[in-house]
Design a protein around this ligand. Structure first.
Ligand SMILES: Nc1ncnc2c1ncn2[C@@H]1O[C@H](COP(=O)(O)OP(=O)(O)OP(=O)(O)O)[C@@H](O)[C@H]1O
Length: 239
């Protein structure tokens, strides 16, 4: 069953075509990895799905409904959760307070109804020991975990992860992968943009490759990584 569907989605900034006729389906419970060179349009793709950018042409459907014209807040409340490439917590609030904000505004429910769930998410994401520390004091790994926790607190049905493993040490990366695997195992549908390929391929069931705003490949990760186009364009290898 399809949870998210993009049909010929295009976006330009002036003369720059950042998304060109992007078409793909995400199955419910699937983990789809997105790769491509810097500037290929990966984060733009997320911004189009979340509504932070409007599409020029094409349609986006979520859980069978056309959401192309729906504003970002409604998409978030409706079940599209995301993390940002550069974590954007409320630095002066505690970790727990950050989650309460996401849980309350991301679901449009009162604070009293989200606190237990937020505490559970802090356990799930390995942050419960930091619950009462201000976000501004967190390490990079903890900031990434908080970014993930904040997205989960909005009760997503599809989770968009934007380079969540970027900048982490090898050990930190493995710890984060374990958390993401657990979240995926609950049945969560995931699209994950990542340059750290071993992290991505340890979770993703399919890979989508973007280059100059176009989908140049989608499918089995091993087949995608072995393909001539990907080796030439993404990895820069002479094949
Ligand atoms: N709001 C904007 N206005 C104008 N150009 C933009 C805007 N947002 C992105 N771009 C341009 O669109 C192109 C795609 O950007 P995008 O951030 O989607 O790439 P990306 O694949 O996520 O790159 P990276 O891997 O470096 O994060 C880039 O050339 C970028 O400079």
């Amino acid at each position: 069953m399809t949870i998210l569907s993009l049909n010929n989605v295009s976006k330009s900034f002036g003369a720059l075509k950042v998304s060109q006729n992007i078409t793909f389906d995400l199955a419910k419970g699937e983990a789809l990895g997105v790769i491509g060179p810097n500037g290929a349009g990966k984060s733009t793709l997320f911004n189009l799905v979340t509504g932070n950018l409007s599409v020029d042409e094409g349609q986006i459907s979520f859980e069978g409904k056309d959401i192309t014209k729906i504003p970002p807040m409604a998409r978030c409340i409706g079940g599209i959760g995301r993390t940002f490439q550069i974590p954007q917590p409320f630095e002066q609030l505690t970790v727990f307070e950050n989650l309460i904000v996401s849980g309350t505004y991301g679901n449009n429910v009162p604070e009293r109804d989200v606190s237990v769930e937020c505490a559970n998410i802090l356990v799930e994401t390995g942050l419960i020991d930091r619950a009462n520390d201000v976000a501004g004091k967190l390490s990079l790994l903890e900031r990434k975990r908080l970014e993930l926790a904040r997205a989960l607190a909005t009760r997503p049905n599809v989770l968009l992860l934007d380079e969540i493993a970027g900048g982490l040490t090898e050990g930190e990366c493995h710890a984060l992968i374990a958390t993401i695997k657990k979240i995926h195992a609950t049945g969560m549908s995931i699209i994950w943009i990542e340059h750290v390929l071993h992290a991505l391929t340890s979770v993703a069931q399919r890979l989508l490759v973007l280059d100059f705003g176009k989908v140049i490949g989608i499918g089995d990760p091993d087949a995608i990584m072995a393909s001539k186009d990907v080796r030439e364009i993404y990895l820069g290898l002479d094949v």
